[in-house]
Design a protein around this ligand. Structure first.
Ligand code: KIV
Ligand code: ZN
Length: 522
């Protein structure tokens, strides 16, 4: 059973983890993140030991450009990558977004499968081949760290695939990524494809081969590992398997599979596995995509033992039913932490142990909120503190603030909410009714701050157990094609709901100011 949190091994077995949560992951419908959230996620990825962070697709919109550029400035250790189609404009825009990165990478791609070339690109194979050489050459004018992908590689003619890969390497590509764009391949087939490339492409030794597997058949992780067995040394993946349609290979599953089955696969990554749980919670929280209870590694039940026989076995020896320890992925067994008598010092230690570094002001505000929470809640758990800090870190400069809320609920309606908001420094109050207390609260917000945004998602989950648990509420609003997610946690579900809605509105106001010229996905 593994207890280690970071692996080592032979240099030739080192696996580079390329995280694309902020690019492919963010392309999932409804998973859009604000700049601040992307920075929060990239900081965790960087600290966790991810080798490459794909931060976005700079040509897609001004917002994407800005996030790649800001992530590039923030990240200390990882390479920061920007995606670009094969055109010169895309590539130059990516290079521009990456100009502050310590170690920038341009990732350029073009489709190579017959179905994509004919129907999507409407290009002949010879023209695609020319575009491969031209795009990689253009990217190399900006950096010597260039990745090239033949989109839909797993449905591409093998001779053509080998020829394009050879051309890309000749033009200067240092990483060759083989996307299973539509999640169609199977482990043996993908193994054979990587093996074929290694055998048939004469200059393949000049590039690192990478996997990029989608999960349409639930095989993304298995296919990625098959690619590694065949010689791939970079894996593209996302936290919680977020990504287009059924998602990508889940980073946490890849890393722990390599870690736990080191006896079968000597390949290793430098990921600090104790941060996996935190990364998962953060991504789930900023996207409002819940993690399924029985999800491998990071699901709520991944280390829960319900049946009597299993519990009995666990009490005798935890190796009876656990192949890795919860601690190795950052799930603390002793999660009861602090109460209202805990001091500022202990609070700082606690949050540092949870992997957060806060500035003095943020620490002070978080501490005040912790004290308020400890007054209202008997036991404050790690998860309560994580929810509180994530809430605090995500806070922007808000134009709309909640001053007070009183709600009348019960079996005989109409339910009512009396709400006071501070909007741009001016306080106003209103009383509204609604079909239930949440509806009444949201109607009151609309009365004080009229808007046309459409409520797409309202989601509540309990951070911990018990009737005094904090409710973590997520609200997704959509306006003219732009979506934002607001979230908040409080022991009072109505207060959390109001604050989550207001947080979404504040984010929408920021988005209104930053107009995106167009919207593209890869
Ligand atoms: O799935 C895919 O093919 C992609 C490419 C842009 C690498 O995401
Ligand atoms: Zn993809």
């Amino acid at each position: 059973m593994t207890k280690t949190t970071k692996q080592t091994g032979a240099k030739s077995d080192r696996i580079y983890i390329f995280d694309t949560t902020l690019r492919d992951g963010e392309q999932s419908p409804g998973a859009s993140m604000t700049l601040e959230e992307k920075l929060q996620v990239s900081e965790v990825l960087d600290t966790m030991g991810v080798d490459v962070i794909e931060a976005g697709f700079p040509i897609a919109s001004n917002g994407d450009f800005e996030s790649v550029s800001e992530v590039a400035k923030l990240v200390k250790n990882a390479q920061v990558c920007g995606l670009a189609r094969a055109g010169a404009k895309d590539i130059d825009r990516a290079a521009d977004a990456l100009k502050h990165a310590k170690n920038p990478r341009i990732h350029t791609f073009i489709s190579t499968s017959p179905v994509h070339m004919k129907h999507k690109l409407q290009m002949e194979p010879e023209d695609v081949m020319e575009a491969v050489a031209a795009s990689v050459t253009r990217a190399r004018d900006h950096t010597d760290n260039v990745e090239w992908s033949p989109e839909d590689a797993t449905r591409t003619d093998h001779d053509f695939l080998c020829a394009t890969v050879e051309t890309a390497i000749r033009a200067g590509a240092t990483t060759i990524n083989i996307p299973d764009t539509v999640g169609y391949t199977m482990p043996q087939e993908y193994f054979e494809m990587i093996t074929m490339l290694r055998e048939r492409v004469p200059n393949i030794d000049k590039a690192i081969i990478s996997t990029h597997c989608h999960n349409d058949l639930g095989l993304a992780v298995a296919n990625s590992l098959a690619g590694v067995r065949a010689g791939a040394r970079q894996i593209e993946c996302t936290i919680n398997g977020l990504g287009e349609r059924a998602g990508n290979a889940a980073l946490e599953e890849i890393v722990m599979a390599l870690n736990v089955r080191n006896d079968l696969m000597p390949q290793w990554s430098q990921i600090e596995t104790q941060m996996l749980s935190r990364a998962s919670k953060l991504v789930s929280s900023v996207t409002a995509f819940p993690v399924q209870y029985n999800k491998a590694i990071v699901g709520q039940n991944a280390f829960a033992h319900e049946s009597g026989i299993h519990q009995d076995g666990m009490l005798k020896n935890n190796q009876t039913y656990e192949i890795m320890t919860p601690e190795s992925v950052g799930i603390s067994q002793t999660s009861l932490v602090m109460g209202k008598h805990s001091g500022r010092h202990a609070f700082r230690d606690k949050i540092n142990n949870l992997g957060y570094q806060l500035g003095d002001n943020q620490l002070q505000e978080a501490f005040v909120r912790f004290k308020e929470l400890a007054d209202r809640k008997k036991h404050v758990f790690d998860d309560d503190i994580i929810a509180l800090i994530d809430d605090e870190v995500a806070k922007g400069i808000d134009r709309i603030k909640l001053v007070s809320l009183r709600v009348l609920a019960g079996s005989h309606g109409p339910q009512a909410a009396t709400l006071k908001l501070d909007i741009d420094g001016k306080e106003t109050e209103v009383e509204s009714t609604g079909d239930g207390p949440v509806d009444a609260t949201f109607n009151a917000i609309k009365a004080l701050f009229p808007h046309e945004a459409d409520l797409q998602l309202y989601q509540v989950h309990a951070v911990t157990q018990g009737t005094d648990a904090q409710a973590e509420v997520s609200v997704r609003l959509e306006e003219s094609g732009k979506t934002v997610i607001g979230r908040a946690a409080d022991t009072d579900t109505m207060v959390a709901s109001a604050r989550a809605y207001i947080s979404a509105l504040n984010k929408l106001l920021i988005k209104r100011e930053k107009q995106a010229p167009d919207s593209l996905t890869a």
